[in-house]
Design a protein around this ligand. Structure first.
Ligand code: IPM
Ligand code: MG
Length: 356
């Protein structure tokens, strides 16, 4: 029997609704496997701005750092869109990633056979797709200095800097290779080395690191080609490793192979405490209606057990329950298909727990 302390950040929009299902699932899994959990809630994003004036209070960072893992809902919404950049909800999320040292973001895009028709692409193209995007999360264009907007009138200019040190590239490349070693041993490094200097360094370092992983078949692809190949023939990919901005874009694209962004989980690891969040965001258009798909959150709980608490049995148990739920024809609105039963957020959460 083990005890874990879990931080929970609901955030904004559907974050609260899906987090509730994540917590119920964790409790159910812990009860079945004789673990105990305590949950501590913290503020971030718009909810934190409303209560404290900042998107990431110090108390949140301290609390999360003292816990074993963080379950994160989603942040953002139209209410805070006109805040200055550093006081937007998104700034809180970026700061949290940085403070937690969570430099490696794992985003699996797995097409369940049952949902192969839910994608806008043809079944024969997507069926069998199983990709892991490893996105660098605390560097690159998102954090590079200098950045800003200056000047007046027509000569006003805005700029950001895409910068990676050899050290940053090496550590994310290692996560890419290690991830590939635990899967099909194929790694595709995505860059823009034909144009960007920072990408040429990226490529050189990835090649150096590959010498430590002779069993992994390494390939390189330019990001524009990757965007095309992902929808042309997604099955050619096993693990993709890439920088922050390219990974942001490529992972949204990969999500559509699976039928809905409401299916995609993520893990942000590399620092002392991992954090686990669905990639769908706060979806203000459907917030509060109880119709959001909690499967991305449920997948995030699976990743929390696997990568955060290092409990594969529990993670496998959740995965099997999700497969069973889909096989039984249960769906939320975003993945609804003819002949299936449409469930609300909490009904879907309960259906998965029933099948544990
Ligand atoms: C994501 C999101 C975030 C990002 C936003 C909300 C800051 O799009 O997690 O992919 O750009 O990283
Ligand atoms: Mg994104």
């Amino acid at each position: 029997m083990t005890h874990w302390t879990i931080s929970v950040i609901h955030g904004d929009g559907i974050g609260k609704e899906v987090c509730a299902e994540g917590v119920k699932l964790m409790e159910a899994v812990a009860a079945r496997c004789n673990h105990t959990l305590s949950f501590h809630e913290y503020l971030a994003g718009g909810a934190a701005i409303d209560e404290t004036g900042v998107p990431l209070p110090d108390e949140t960072v301290a609390g999360v750092l003292a816990s074993d893992a963080l379950l994160f809902g989603a942040i953002g919404g139209p209410k805070w869109e006109n805040q200055p950049q550093h006081l937007k909800p998104e700034a809180g999320l970026l700061k949290l990633r940085k403070e937690l040292g969570a430099f490696a973001n794992l985003r699996p895009a797995l097409v369940y056979d049952e949902l192969a028709d839910a994608s806008t692409l043809k079944r024969e193209v997507v069926q069998g797709t199983d990709i892991m995007v490893v996105r660098e999360l605390t560097g690159g264009l998102y954090f590079g200095e200098p950045r800003g907007v200056e000047g007046q009138g027509a000569s006003r200019k805005g700029y950001n800097t895409m910068v990676y040190s050899a050290e940053e590239i090496e550590r994310i490349a290692r996560v890419g290779f290690q991830t590939a070693m635990a899967r099909d041993k194929r790694l595709c490094s995505v860059d823009k080395a034909n144009v960007l200097d920072v990408s040429q360094l990226w490529r050189d370092i990835v090649i150096e690191v590959s010498k430590d992983f002779p069993e992994v078949a390494l390939s390189h692809m330019y990001v524009d080609n990757c965007a095309m190949q992902l929808i042309r023939d997604p099955k050619q990919f096993d693990v993709i490793v890439t920088g922050n901005i390219f990974g942001d874009i490529i992972s949204d694209e990969a999500s559509q192979l699976t039928g809905s962004i409401g299916m995609l989980a993520s893990a942000s690891v590399g620092g002392p405490v991992g954090f686990f969040e669905p990639i769908h965001g706060s979806a203000p258009d459907i917030a509060g209606q109880g119709i959001a798909n909690p499967l991305a959150m449920i997948g995030s709980v699976e990743m929390l057990f696997r990568y955060g608490l290092k409990q594969n049995t529990e993670a496998d148990m959740i995965n099997a329950a999700v497969r069973k739920t889909l096989a039984d024809g249960l769906r939320c609105g975003d993945i609804m298909q003819e002949g299936c039963t449409k469930l609300s957020t909490s009904e879907m959460g309960a259906a998965v727990i029933e099948r544990l």
